[in-house]
Ligand binder design. Structure first.
Ligand SMILES: NC(=O)c1ccc[n+]([C@@H]2O[C@H](COP(=O)([O-])OP(=O)(O)OC[C@H]3O[C@@H](n4cnc5c(N)ncnc54)[C@H](OP(=O)(O)O)[C@@H]3O)[C@@H](O)[C@H]2O)c1
Length: 299
């Protein structure tokens, strides 16, 4: 039995869908407020709870051999201590107690950048360290930005032709197909070469930020109107906000960190990921095409 936390999220639901399609028993951890009907229709066993509640985590992990931890709070939610840090540490401790066979943890590629202003990235870094020291059999996946995160921007672009480009247009960004990440998260427990290893998970397609509206433009056959908010303006607003409200400044720290750095997979890291898991990576155009034509990727 697999336990998938964050099962209603962009990644978690894809992992659950794949497990169900292969008739592998899966318990999907969701909240009462989550959008979970589809998970049940696919055949998942639902556990309704909150990852902040230790009792829920203990009960959800009963009889489980594998955990894929996909839960996470929104980047400006202010819940990083409770949701991203504490609940993940708790889940690792429970995994140790039940003698779990394998733990897949979804971190983030950006943990390797300057984390100082980002409570989210600090939480992920600390959880990685805790898992590495746990004695568990684990795989840590550090994904670049999930392509599914760009879908709301693509939908707005389709309607208006406008793209709001935050940060430096000439910064390189890494993306990963959310379906490729789901495949890898599932393959990890069955891939001995991935045990006790940490992987960058990114498409080999590295883009400049300014490439995204151009790709949308070609895809929707629309001339893009790009509005750029430069990094200096983001930094200025962040500093100003901090003078009035330190909490908001703290919450926006991750966004500023992500915008302030180039963050993409190095070719040798991508090659290692592709070789270990035996798959190539999808590019943004194909991902958009599948999404907007409702074609699901299955192998
Ligand atoms: N999106 C990206 O570009 C990106 C990049 C790098 C790393 N990551 C990491 O990859 C993982 C998956 O990302 P994603 O984009 O799939 O995230 P997502 O769509 O925001 O999903 C997050 C999931 O966590 C659940 N969750 C949040 N708080 C919870 C709580 N207190 N109790 C129980 N469940 C809770 C959410 O439930 P609800 O549906 O009820 O909200 C949702 O199912 C996360 O750890 C994220 O940090 C994401």
């Amino acid at each position: 039995m697999f336990l998938v936390t964050g099962a209603s999220g962009q990644l978690g639901r894809r992992v659950v869908q794949r497990l169900c399609a292969q008739n592998i028993p899966v318990r999907a951890f969701v909240r009462l407020s989550s959008d979970y009907d589809q998970l049940r229709q696919w055949g998942a066993d639902l556990y309704i709870g909150d990852v902040q509640n230790q009792r829920d985590l203990v009960k959800a992990a009963q009889g489980v051999r594998y955990i894929i931890a996909c839960h996470g709070s929104k980047i400006s939610s202010g819940q990083h201590l409770a949701v991203d840090y504490r609940s993940s540490i708790e889940l690792i401790e429970i995994a140790k107690a039940i003698g779990l066979e394998h733990f897949t943890y979804i971190s983030a590629l950006a943990v390797t950048t300057d984390r100082q202003d980002s409570p989210l990235l600090k939480a992920k870094w600390e959880v990685e360290n805790h898992l590495q020291a746990s004695g568990l059999n684990y795989t840590i996946l550090r994904p670049a930005t999930l392509m599914s995160s760009l879908i709301p921007l693509a939908v707005r672009f389709q309607q208006t032709g406008v793209y709001l480009l935050l940060g430096n247009p000439e910064h390189r960004i890494g993306l990963v197909s959310t379906d490729d990440l789901a495949k890898i998260a599932l393959a990890a427990p069955q891939t001995p070469a991935a045990y006790k290893q940490t992987f960058t998970v990114a498409s080999s397609q590295v883009l400049y930020r300014q490439d995204v509206p151009q790709i949308f433009g070609r895809f929707f056959n629309k001339q893009p109107i790009t509005i750029n908010v430069p990094q200096g303006a983001v930094d200025g607003a962040w500093t100003m906000l901090g003078l009035f409200n330190a909490e908001i400044k703290n919450e926006l720290g991750t966004l500023r960190t992500l915008l302030g750095h180039e963050c993409y997979g190095q070719p040798q890291e991508i090659e290692r990921m592709e070789q270990t898991f035996g798959l190539g990576s999808e590019n943004l155009e194909t991902f958009l095409s599948r999404h907007f034509n409702q074609i699901e990727a299955y192998d």
